[in-house]
Design a protein around this ligand. Structure first.
Ligand SMILES: *Cc1c(COP(=O)(O)O)cnc(C)c1O
Length: 396
């Protein structure tokens, strides 16, 4: 092998990451049906996926993709505007608009690309962005890329946001940017209050529904639907990679907004279009979501059961939140890794989340469940967690 030596500073940085207990190592997962996976030959209940409605393995969704593959091939060959946008892209855009109740929709290679590109196009140096402290990295990176002035607030302390909005001077736009469901806490953004503040201070509101699409709202459109504020949100961004079980980001909105995004968002213009088979799969998944609201109901039932059980345990802290993302805050990164390893030994795969993904001192297990998980799975998980906590917390 002839890889060149890395610069010394990379070795130093690696040492630093390891010394802080924050080294991330990669493994190979083999997905199975019904919320399970194989890891190193062991079958585990996967409590670390975002496949909330169990659609990534749905036979109808798979059939939709496989029917398209032999006809249209795998890759899409070009960016959408050049020659990559096929009839399946057009079909998915149309179905997304219909699902979201808007005039049109636009696709992006991923939710990350959507957030990054849309914010960077919408805001510039003269503007001020008000960004929740817990916003997803893709939103934060978009804010940075835009060059706008950045004000960070907490959604549990909106007085601070209000003061910052009052202070913002000059002719620049004011833009409030938020996740609707915070990905590491599972908590919900106070969208009604944010809409009120946006109105009061003539600000735009941009909402990332990544973890809410398919999960919240009467028709599964997200938290803005659940809270009745869809018409008050300037730009709603979603992803197809979570509850929709496929891949890609999207924005649904008016014809004028979508026309403008097609012309200004660089992560759309300069990236290859999604594979047509993925678009066909997402079309089918959207149909299933609309036809089978019971998936959503079951998901919330199981989430409530697990959250309530966890909140009764004195050794862990489970912040108030709702929905399928349930953080179990253990604070210490090593403890978090040890408990995650015990759980894995007991047959459960759970995300162990450490800084810089979450603030220092808030390392946690991030449990996320899908509608495929059975009450029995969750009960056995609780038993395994109790055993591990007894062992690890006692010995400290
Ligand atoms: C996962 C996630 C994204 C990124 O979406 P991808 O389609 O995976 O790129 C954006 N925002 C939030 C809040 C997310 O959790």
């Amino acid at each position: 092998m002839s890889s060149p030596d890395v610069p010394e500073w990379i070795d130093d940085d690696l040492r630093e990451i390891r010394a802080a207990g924050l080294f991330r190592s990669r493994r190979t997962f083999h997905p199975l049906t019904e919320g399970r996976c194989l890891l190193e030959g062991h079958e585990l209940i996967n409590l670390s996926s975002n496949d909330y409605l169990n659609l990534s393995h749905d036979e109808r969704v798979i059939a939709a993709a496989t029917a398209v593959l032999p006809k249209m091939g795998v890759g899409s060959r070009a960016s959408a505007l050049v020659s990559g946008r096929t009839e399946w892209h057009a079909q998915l855009e149309e179905q997304l608009a219909q699902f979201e109740g808007t005039e049109e929709a636009i696709l992006f290679p991923s939710g990350y690309a959507a957030n990054l590109g849309v914010i960077a196009a919408f805001a510039n140096q003269e503007d001020t962005i008000f960004c929740d402290r817990l916003n997803h990295a893709s939103l934060i990176d978009g804010c940075r890329l835009s060059g706008a002035k950045l004000r960070v607030y907490r959604h549990d302390q909106l007085e601070k946001l209000k003061r910052e909005l009052e202070k913002a001077s000059g002719d620049g736009k004011k833009i409030i940017v938020t996740d609707s469901v915070f990905s590491m806490d599972g908590s919900l953004a106070p969208l009604v209050s944010l809409c009120d503040l946006a109105d009061e201070f003539n600000a735009s509101l941009m909402v990332d529904e990544a973890h809410a699409t398919g999960v919240w709202g009467v028709s599964g459109r997200g938290l803005a639907e659940e809270l009745g504020v869809e018409a008050r949100v300037t730009i709603r961004i979603g992803t197809l990679s979570k509850a929709i079980g496929t891949m890609g980001g999207f924005v649904a909105g008016s014809c004028a907004l979508i026309d403008w995004l097609w012309n200004r968002v660089r992560t759309q213009i300069y990236s290859t279009a999604l594979p047509p088979a993925i678009c066909a799969a997402a079309c089918k998944a959207l149909e299933v979501i609309q036809a089978e609201p019971d998936r959503r109901r079951l998901l919330h039932e199981q989430s409530t059961f697990l959250r309530t059980e966890l909140q009764e345990r004195p050794t862990v802290s489970v912040p108030p939140s709702s929905g399928p993302i349930i953080p179990i805050i253990l604070k210490d990164p090593d403890l978090t890794m040890n408990v995650a390893a015990d759980l894995e030994g007991a047959g459960f795969l759970v995300g162990a989340i450490r800084p810089p993904t979450v603030p220092k001192g808030t390392s946690r297990l991030r449990v996320s469940i899908t509608c495929a998980h059975q009450r029995d799975d969750l009960k056995r998980f609780l038993k395994a967690l109790d055993r591990s906590l007894a062992k690890n917390v006692e010995s400290r």
